[in-house]
Design a protein around this ligand. Structure first.
Ligand code: NAD
Length: 459
C-alpha cells in the first residue's frame, strides 16, 4: 500500500488545480470508465465467479448494468446538476438574488464491502468524481480477485492524483482512517461503520454510512401468493442471500402461511432445480467463516427446506426455516445468507411487536393488494427504503435515493442524490447596491416596533 499521507497530499495538489471540477474532463473520464466496464465484461465476470461463483446474468443485472445506468444518468444530467441554482430571495434582504452553489468536498475516501464487490466499489466513485472530488478507494480484501481488477481498470483510466486504489485489509484501512479526509463514504457492517464514524469524528469529517439490517417482508391475505413467492425467492436467493437489502425474514398472515411456504418451495425448485449445488444459477458463500456463521444459525432451527451445505466450496442450500423465536440465533442479527425464516402474525399488533424488536432496517417489503394497509405500514415504520409487491427493485432506479436510517446507515446516494452527497451546498446572497433600507442599522432608537411590523408583513 502507498503511504496514505503522500496520496492525500498528491490528490490535494491536483484538486487545487481545479481540473477535477472541469465538466468536460469529468465526462471524458466517465465515458472511458463506461467503455472499460463494457470491454472488460468477460474479465469482470471471471473474477466475480472466482470470488462468489456469481452467474454472468446476476453479474450484469446487479453489478455491471447498474454501473452503466448510473454513468449514463450522470452524463445526461451533470451539467444541469452542477449549475448554481437560483432560489427565491428573502424579502428581508431586498433587493437581492439568491443561489445555491455546489462545491466538491475535496479528497474522498471510499471503503467497499465484498458482496457486490465491483458495483459497490465503483458506484460511489461515479458521483464522487462527478461532483469534482478526488478519490481513494479501498475495496474489500475478502473479494480479492475483484479488488485486483478494480485496481487495474481504474489505474488505466485515472492518474492516482485523481482516483487511487489502495488494496489491503483491516491494518491498511485502519491506517487510511487515521488520516484527515474531506469526506468518507463507507459501505459495510454496522460494527465497522461505528469504527469509521469514530475515526471521522476525530477530524469532524462528514460521512455516509451504508450499513445493513434485518429487513422484514410482510405478506398479507390479499397478496398474490404465487407471484409473491417468485419475487421473494428472487430477492432472497440472488447472490445466495448476501445482499444488504435482501428480505431477511417473512411475516406471513396466519391463514396464508402454509400456502406461501408451498409456493416458496415450488419457486426454489423452479429457479435452482432439485439440487441447487449443481445449478449454474446459484452462487456460493464468500468464505468458510461466513458459511460457519450461517450453519450455526441452523443448529436450533426447524428447517422446512434445504439446510444442507458443502464446506469444500462454501455451498449452503436455499433454506426455509419455520417460525424461529425472537431469541434464536437466526433472529439475533442480520442473516446475510440464503436462509429465509418465516414467522406468522394475526394482527397489526403482532407485526409491531416483531418489527419493533429490531433496529430500523435498510429495506422493507410488503406484499398486499390492500393499498390502505401498505400505506399505513410505510408511514408507521422507519426504514431506509423498500418496495410494495416486490423486493429490492428500488435499488435499480437512479432517481431514488438509496441509504439507511438509524443503525442501517447515514446519508444516501445514486444519481443526483449521490452528486448532492459529495458536494457542500453553499448558500450565496447577491445584494444590490441601488437601494439600502436603513431599518437594520444602529442606532436602533425606537425602530423595534417597525422591525416587528416588517417581520409580520414579510410573513
Ligand atoms: P465489513 O464491515 O466487514 O467490511 C467493509 C469494509 O471495511 C472492508 O473494506 C473491510 O476491509 C473494512 N474493514 C473491516 N473491518 C475493519 C476494521 N476493524 N477497521 C477498519 N476497516 C475494516 O462488511 P462486509 O463483511 O464486507 O459486508 C457485509 C456487510 O455490509 C453487511 O452487514 C451488509 O448489510 C453491509 N452492506 C451494506 C450495503 C449498503 O448499501 N447499505 C451494501 C452491501 C453490504
Amino acid at each position: 500500500m502507498k503511504d496514505p499521507k503522500q496520496i492525500i497530499q498528491l490528490q490535494k495538489r491536483f484538486f487545487e488545480t481545479g481540473k477535477t471540477r472541469d465538466i468536460n474532463f469529468i465526462k471524458a473520464k466517465l465515458k472511458r470508465l463506461k467503455k472499460s466496464i463494457i470491454n472488460n465484461e468477460d474479465a469482470i465476470n471471471l473474477v466475480l465467479y472466482k470470488d462468489l461463483k456469481k452467474p454472468k446474468f446476476e453479474a450484469y443485472m446487479s453489478e455491471l448494468g447498474i454501473l452503466i445506468s448510473e454513468i449514463n444518468n450522470v452524463l445526461k444530467n451533470l451539467s444541469k446538476w452542477s449549475k448554481p441554482k437560483k432560489v427565491r430571495s428573502s424579502k428581508l434582504n431586498f433587493p437581492s438574488k439568491d443561489y445555491i452553489y455546489y462545491e466538491p468536498y475535496g479528497t474522498v475516501l471510499v471503503i467497499a464491502p465484498w458482496n457486490y464487490p465491483f458495483q459497490l466499489a465503483i458506484g460511489p466513485i461515479i458521483t464522487a468524481i462527478a461532483a469534482g472530488n478526488t478519490v481513494v478507494l479501498k475495496p474489500s480484501e475478502i473479494s480479492s480477485n475483484t479488488a485486483e481488477i478494480i485496481k487495474k481498470i481504474l489505474s488505466d483510466i485515472f492518474e492516482e492524483e485523481h482516483v487511487c486504489v489502495e488494496l489491503g485489509g483491516v491494518p491498511e484501512t485502519t491506517a487510511l482512517l487515521k488520516e484527515r479526509w474531506d469526506y468518507i463514504f463507507f459501505t459495510g457492517s454496522v460494527a465497522v461503520g461505528k469504527i469509521v464514524a469514530k475515526a471521522a469524528a476525530a477530524h469532524l469529517t462528514p460521512v455516509t454510512l451504508e450499513l445493513g439490517g434485518k429487513n422484514p417482508c410482510i405478506v398479507d391475505e390479499t397478496a398474490d401468493l404465487k407471484l409473491t413467492a417468485k419475487r421473494l425467492v428472487w430477492g432472497k436467493f440472488l447472490n445466495a442471500g448476501q445482499t444488504c437489502i435482501a428480505p431477511d425474514y417473512v411475516l406471513a398472515k396466519n391463514q396464508i402461511k402454509s400456502d406461501l411456504i408451498k409456493y416458496l418451495k415450488l419457486e426454489i425448485l423452479k429457479a435452482y432445480g432439485v439440487n441447487p449445488e449443481i445449478s449454474p444459477n446459484y452462487p456460493r458463500i464468500i468464505n468458510m467463516q461466513n458459511l460457519q456463521r450461517l450453519k450455526d444459525m441452523l443448529n436450533d432451527a426447524e428447517i422446512l427446506l434445504g439446510g444442507n451445505s458443502n464446506t469444500k466450496d462454501n455451498y449452503l442450500a436455499p433454506t426455509l426455516v419455520n417460525n424461529p423465536g425472537l431469541d434464536s440465533k437466526i433472529m439475533a442479527g442480520e442473516i446475510f445468507g440464503p436462509i429465509l425464516p418465516i414467522l406468522n402474525y394475526d394482527n397489526e399488533k403482532d407485526i409491531k411487536l416483531i418489527i419493533s424488536s429490531f433496529e430500523k432496517p435498510l429495506g422493507f417489503y410488503i406484499f398486499s393488494k390492500d393499498k390502505r394497509f401498505c400505506n399505513s405500514i410505510i408511514t408507521k415504520y422507519r426504514f431506509g427504503g423498500g418496495a410494495i409487491n416486490d423486493t429490492m427493485i428500488h435499488f435499480g432506479n437512479p432517481r431514488l435515493p438509496f441509504g439507511g436510517v438509524g443503525e442501517s446507515g447515514i446519508g444516501a446516494y445514486h444519481g443526483q442524490f449521490g452528486y448532492e452527497t459529495f458536494t457542500h451546498k453553499k448558500g450565496i446572497t447577491m445584494k444590490a447596491n441601488w437601494l439600502d433600507i436603513p431599518l437594520r442599522y444602529a442606532p436602533y432608537k425606537n425602530k423595534l416596533k417597525l422591525l416587528k411590523k416588517a417581520f409580520k408583513w414579510l410573513g
